[in-house]
Design a protein around this ligand. Structure first.
Ligand code: ES4
Ligand code: ZN
Length: 326
């Protein structure tokens, strides 16, 4: 169809991407071999067959196990470089990537090793592929406030490379309020703020992310639609939502793509964007995510363009950079 080509050729931004979630099974095996790590899978096919999730926690268990092959600075570089080469094919011009330092420091990998490998690849991505980027650190919300403060302390040495902090991992039982003080400290240090909220958690968690964390952007936010006043507030404030269609489908919040809320979000005036979240695990990169919602929901050409323009406006770039992307 003509929408397919239009989507594929359209310059895009990605604002919600966990770099560890871009680890394809082929690279997982390469790195396991390089680092003498044994995997509980015999083949790439076996790995892919294991990617069947009914809820967020099922995915997270496999995701944390997958990242155990990442050991050296070169590993983090190669992971990031593979992602950048892949999104070049999708005409992504700008990407804002999350990383989970605690998933690595907990295994004895130095924070600086992780940041160095990722940022070296990001610099190459700008030089060789023309893809601009930003880096966002995520605190693992299933860990303690104290552990998050330790991680923030590590991040202070890399303020020049890290634009913001976010909050990810198991949402239910770990509300934003648990990290109010860490986020206040991060804000005082000049970091921009995002948080996963309303992915599995209730609208109250989204309200906490706004009121207590004072986020600049919301990751997912799907369940906000259950609360009319909250929906109006998000529309009025034009808080961007980084929506991840294939992720929502794979993690079963959205069992049928025809019921995906992104079209409703646009109709209600919410600033929704399209993103891939953990593309190696959820079966698709940026273009696949756009195709999935376009085919299931019958988007108009204007709605597709609005989603892409929202991605530019919601990015953590300067007004001049936004102008040049529009
Ligand atoms: C994640 Cl989809 C999702 N939700 C919460 N935390 C995450 N970490 C990586 N992917
Ligand atoms: Zn996410």
């Amino acid at each position: 169809t003509s929408h397919r080509d239009f989507i594929d050729n359209m310059p895009k931004t990605e604002l919600h991407l966990h770099i560890e979630g871009s680890l394809e099974p082929e690279l997982m095996f390469t790195l396991a071999k390089r680092n003498n790590i044994s995997l509980p899978y015999g083949s790439v096919e076996e790995v892919r067959a294991a990617y069947q999730f009914t809820e967020l926690q099922d995915f997270l268990d496999i995701y944390y196990q997958g990242m155990s092959v990442l050991i050296t600075e070169q590993d983090f570089h190669d992971l990031t470089w593979a992602y950048l080469e892949r999104i070049k094919a999708d005409n992504v011009m700008h990407t804002e990537i999350f990383f989970d330092p605690q998933g690595h420091t907990e295994r004895g990998i130095a924070f600086d090793t992780v940041v160095s490998g990722i940022t070296r690849a990001l610099a190459e991505g700008e030089q060789k592929l023309g893809i601009t980027s930003r880096l966002i650190l995520c605190f693992l919300r299933h860990l303690s406030e104290e552990a998050a403060f330790e991680t923030l302390k590590d991040a202070l040495r890399h303020k020049d490379k890290i634009i913001g902090v976010g909050l990810d991992s198991s949402e239910l039982g770990h509300p934003p309020s648990k990290f109010e003080r860490v986020f206040r400290a991060a804000r005082e240090e000049g970091f921009l703020l995002v948080a996963h909220a309303g992915e599995e958690g209730p609208p109250e968690y989204v309200i906490e992310a706004l009121d207590l964390l004072q986020v600049d952007r919301l990751d997912h936010g799907n369940r906000s639609l259950e609360d009319e006043a909250l929906t109006r507030r998000l529309a009025d404030m034009q808080i961007a939502l980084t929506v991840c269609p294939l992720s929502n489908h794979k993690l079963a919040g959205v069992k049928d793509m025809r019921k995906h809320p992104i079209k409703t979000m646009l109709e209600k005036g919410l600033k929704a964007t399209v993103n891939s979240d953990d593309p190696a695990y959820f079966g698709g990169y940026m273009n696949d995510n756009y195709h999935a919602i376009d085919e299931a929901l019958g988007l108009t050409r204007d709605q597709i363009i609005t989603l892409a323009r929202n991605g530019i406006d919601a990015s953590f770039t300067s007004e001049a950079e936004k102008q040049s992307m529009h």
